[in-house]
Design a protein around this ligand. Sequence first.
Ligand SMILES: Nc1ncnc2c1ncn2[C@@H]1O[C@H](COP(=O)(O)OP(=O)(O)OP(=O)(O)O)[C@@H](O)[C@H]1O
Length: 741
Amino acid sequence: MQQNIQGMVSDIIYRNLENSYTVFEIICDNEVFTAVGIVPDIAIGEKVSVYGEFYVHPVYGQQLKVSYLEKLLPQTKDEIYLYLSSGVIKGIGQKTAKKIVDTFGDDTARILQQEPEKLLSIRGMTPEKVERIRNMFAFQKFLKDIMSIFSQYGLSQNHAMRLFKLYGFSAISLLHENPYFLLDVFPELDFKKVDRLALDMGVMPDDRRRISAKILNLLTLAANNEGHTCLPENKLKQLCIRTLDLPVEKIEEAIEALAQERRIVKDEVDSQEMVFLYGYYECEKYIADKILSILKEYDDIADIDEKIKQFEEKNCIKFSPNQKKAIKMALTQGVSIITGGPGTGKTTIIKCIIQIFEGEGKKVFLCAPTGRAAKRMQAACERESKTIHRLLEMTVLDTHVIFQRGPNNPLKCDVIVVDEMSMVDSFLMNCLLAATKPTTRIVLVGDKDQLPSVGAGNVLKDLIKSQIVPCATLTEVYRQSENSFIVLNAHRINRGEFPHLQRESDFYFIQKNSQEEILKTVVELVTKKLPNYLSCDPMTDIQVLCPSKKGIVGMYNLNRVLQKYLNPPHPSKKEYAYKENLFRVGDKVMQVKNNYSLEYEIVQGEEKGRTSTGIFNGDIGVVKDIDRAQGVLEILFDDEKLVYYDFSLLDDLELAYAMTVHKSQGSEFRCIVMPIVETYPILMTRNLLYTAVTRAKELVVLVGKKSALEYMIANQKEAMRYSALCDFLLRGQSNMQLQVL
Ligand SMILES: Nc1ncnc2c1ncn2[C@@H]1O[C@H](COP(=O)(O)OP(=O)(O)OP(=O)(O)O)[C@@H](O)[C@H]1O
């Protein structure tokens, strides 16, 4: 229940300067309350009125979670003196404060708020100080005005303050001009809340701004949450009608107007009228056009068969005809795709291709979408491999990501090999191709049956589906030893067959029916049995992968329980509690959002001392230290990158004893343990199970219900993605053929 407390700020325990997250104490009727929240700048001694809910924090006890803080500006002479002399305004101390109240007496409050320029008559006051006073009062008024609107609609003070940072005082007039601009700035806001606000502000239900905002918001959420680069127009219209309750003609008019303004694009894909956000349309169109323009056959490498033979002899290997075909294709085509499941020889083929290209004096660049995948590629190929972001020399300017490599400064190489292509989304593919010279050959390698990219688009599958880009599909499995069932079972699962189970193997299924039993078994395995069985460190070598985040055996609960066993509290281990998470020195953690500007220093190996930026979604680290005074966690990512991780970023960090299968893409672990439970059908799919199983190098243990496992293997329904790349490729090719005729 919302409570209101009015009192004086008596202590500021912590304040994050970047996001204004503050822990502070308020005295009210001789009682001290601890309050936390994102609030405006406050000083000890200030009078405030705070609104929020009390809750009991597991470590710090009862706290008020502040949803709105209003400064109660001083009114009387004495209050103003106390307030100004507290140092709340830079450059004004006790002496000046006294002069101000002595000069203006009971009129001081009015002068400060309405005519601060009159303060210039006081010795020591400068125009800058007057400006600071004016701004401070204006900011308080701004917050009061905006919160008087926001608070009725469940919109937070945090959003109000972020708006101020972006637009200053003009945020209010922008809000009045078009309340829906809030959704452009914060697409994650609930449309219904903003809509209620707008309607109450006088926007008519059939106002074009309202309909346009809904259309853009639906397309943005479809891309961010489900990976669609476009939506069928009919579906979009229905979704709009359902929320807005307006006739279809009104929605059609808004779609046309948005298309005229080039904020969206309408185009027919696969005989269906689709609607795109302009950016995604451009991305997919560019990818298709660029691919078509670099698709060509090269004949500059002589005696390919002989060169492959030399590689075979040197590496004591005999390539299958299919593998040889894949190698020749990559050596002679402008763009090519090599796809196959685990152990089908993709890495071996990449090595052969690189050696032959390099033997011809060609410069080859290797890259992958994630740091861990790039590292694995580097180790396997014994050559430098970078993340695509690093290859493109990414920098950040005012929170905008900029790639130094692009059409005017392309990558200087003859060949680019991209591994783990299934994880590359439309945006990244677009940027990579933009930085590729027309004469650079591109070899795309990946497993098409893995989960698709987190970001919008369906790049690898669309490229394959088009049948325009030469593609080799590897099916024979080479990595097998007598007792190894991981690879064998991954392929069985991929074919829809139940895994082969036998004692003394590296693939186990432990049947447990209730969620409580599954939880108990997973915890026992990770903390006791498997570390003994594999002689390994459960922190680094064993990874629990969950289909879902919630529930008894969901990621959140498993993390809480496993932390208790694997990194229990100790007086020597510093802790910091943030929202539902408690971070402790020694914890295994994971970054869950791309942060392009986060700085790190390499502290191990050849590159020791190098500094750079960028910690990405899925990167795993260990908390090395916690400095509450500075508000930072020291985290070592990927065993080598040391980051001073500001508390303001903690929304992007999770415990990683357990992680979702989606987050594990592109990573490998010695052992994976996976609870198998009945959950949402969309999370009980064959390719989710397949992705999980293929993460393990030495041991797979599935724990749960047999019927749930059978359901997953049978459920081929992948989350469907709307994208247009395949269609654009086909269309582009037929246009080119028409031009030739
Ligand atoms: N033609 C072949 N004959 C014998 N062994 C082979 C052949 N091709 C590949 N191998 C071997 O099979 C194993 C798996 O190959 P590789 O690592 O290249 O597969 P992969 O597709 O990259 O697997 P993953 O995706 O799991 O990394 C390696 O030990 C490799 O030496």
